[in-house]
Design a protein around this ligand. Structure first.
Ligand code: GLA
Length: 407
């Protein structure tokens, strides 16, 4: 390369780097002091969407609160009672948003939830409308945050939805600024975090934008306590497994105060087998995922209760070390994951994603375990022995054996 060409090329690279760094430096960042103090373990609760979707009413949410107490779910840790989309009504002349006729009294609902020893969650979007086309918070962020605080809200799920159009429009108008859309998205989250903090109420902030722009790399910087990493889950093994097993590699982005969120639970909604729901629950606890149940709590089968309320399983999710698990190896239909726990223990999931029962094995060496004083099958409580330095379990189709190995 000639000297002149070389220096021109270097100059171009320098300019590009400078431009990139400027764009990076301009990325909005939250200065929230509150956000890092919340959600020290992955949030647990119930949300209306997976079962009720757009039909949810205030009575349904009150019934859910009653059921959380009666079934023992609250005492197992499920304390957030979260309304999802479709509670919103119209804004009045002052711009104050009102709930619609399905939710006649939000303050009374918040009081009811609190009186039952639980916390109140709500839903909005940074756009003009929510995903279900109800009024959202664009241009009314502080007004809405103040309203939520006056109702006693403790948790906000903030769902990108129609704001994507605002981002796309800006991107089209500024083809020279490839980061403008992503910058607007971060700005919108920073803005709502600040509005929430300004109310003085400690409100958990749940980002929902389906993983765009690798949200796990910047979720904490905009004041998020959890962020969805994928598009929506549904009550099928295929969808749940696609989402859950695609979380490999994200462990390093989770920590107390901010968690990867592979979406809410479908356990108990009826379309998966017990083994498939056990896989769902086991994988989510290994992922230190928020455990937000999404089933009809008034009609819980004994199976669903056992799956959602196994204390030893929940303890893996809520472990104080606050580390997310990751894949150890994948071979054909076998998928083995582990999660470090406090005190040097680990949780191990031996998954069989195949269509036939199969033994699944992992060596203590592969797990990085030098000493295995006690190995327990977490779902059954039975003791397990390592043989020749290996852990092997016969695992049903789409099933799992979840182990806890103590040093
Ligand atoms: C999006 C979210 C869902 C739910 C719906 C509500 O699809 O990802 O979790 O909140 O919107 O409209």
């Amino acid at each position: 390369m000639g000297k002149l060409v070389k220096s021109a090329a270097m100059k171009a690279v320098t300019l590009m780097l400078a431009a990139g760094m400027t764009a990076f430096a301009q990325m909005p960042v939250s200065n929230s002091k509150i956000a890092p103090t919340l959600a020290q373990t992955p949030p647990m609760g119930w949300n209306s969407w997976n079962h009720f979707a757009g039909k949810v009413t205030q009575q349904d949410v009150m019934d859910a609160a009653d059921a959380l107490v009666k079934t023992g779910m609250r005492d197992a840790g499920y304390v957030y009672v979260n309304i999802d989309d479709t509670w919103e009504g119209e804004r009045d002349a002052q711009g104050v948003l009102h709930s619609n006729s399905k939710f006649p009294d939000m303050k009374a609902l918040g009081d009811y939830i609190h009186a039952h020893g639980m916390k109140f969650g709500i839903y909005s979007s940074p756009g003009l409308t929510t995903c279900a086309h109800f009024a959202a918070s664009l241009g009314h962020e502080q007004q809405d945050a103040d309203l939520y605080a006056s109702w006693g809200v403790d948790y906000l799920k903030y769902d990108l939805c129609s704001f994507r159009k605002n981002m796309n429009d800006a991107q089209t108008a500024h083809p020279d600024d490839p980061e403008i859309g992503n910058r607007m998205m971060r700005e919108a989250y920073v803005k709502m975090r600040a509005a929430l903090d300004h109310t003085g109420r400690p409100i958990v902030f749940s980002l929902c934008q389906y993983g765009f722009d690798n949200v796990w790399t910047w979720g904490p910087s905009v004041g998020g306590n959890l962020w969805r990493t994928t598009d929506d889950i549904n009550d099928t093994y295929g969808r749940m497994a696609l989402i859950g097993f695609s979380q490999a590699g994200l462990a390093k982005y989770a920590a107390p105060g901010h968690w990867n969120d592979p979406d809410m639970l479908e356990v108990g909604n009826g379309k998966m087998s017990t083994d498939e729901y056990r896989t769902h629950m086991s994988l989510w606890v290994l992922l230190a995922a928020p455990l937000i149940a999404g089933n009809d709590l008034s009609k819980m089968s004994d199976d669903a209760k056992a799956l959602l309320m196994n204390r030893a399983v929940i303890a893996i999710d809520q472990d104080p070390l606050g580390k997310q698990g990751d894949r150890v190896y994948e071979e054909g239909p076998h998928d083995v994951w582990s999660k470090p726990l406090a005190g040097g223990a680990i949780a191990v999931g031996l998954f069989n994603r195949g269509e036939m029962v199969s033994p699944v094995s992992v060596t203590l060496k592969e797990l990085g375990v030098k000493k295995a004083r006690e190995i327990v099958n977490v779902w059954t409580g039975e003791k397990v022995e390592a043989k020749d330095g290996s852990l092997t379990a016969v695992v049903p189709k789409h099933g799992v054996v979840l182990l806890r190995v103590a040093p």
